[in-house]
Design a binder for this molecule. Structure first.
Ligand SMILES: [Zn+2]
Length: 64
């Protein structure tokens, strides 16, 4: 994908807060409800340093 700011080709990177890549989570209220999880795709622009984040599979996160 191309950078929104400068049009450079962005490269994939992993966004992490330590040991693990970050995850998006979503959950209905209630103890027994299943927690939904989705990986985060991260792209970095080598020119301006802009970072774009995307949910890998956003449908997996949606609560019905
Ligand atoms: Zn850029």
């Amino acid at each position: 994908m191309d950078c929104n700011r400068c049009g450079c080709e962005m490269f994939r990177a992993t966004l992490t807060g330590g040991l693990w890549p970050v995850l998006l989570t979503n959950k209905k209220k209630g103890f027994a409800e299943e927690e939904k999880r989705c990986a985060v795709l991260c792209y970095v622009c080598p020119q301006c340093g802009s970072v774009e984040l995307f949910a890998e599979d956003p449908k997996k996160l949606q609560l019905d």
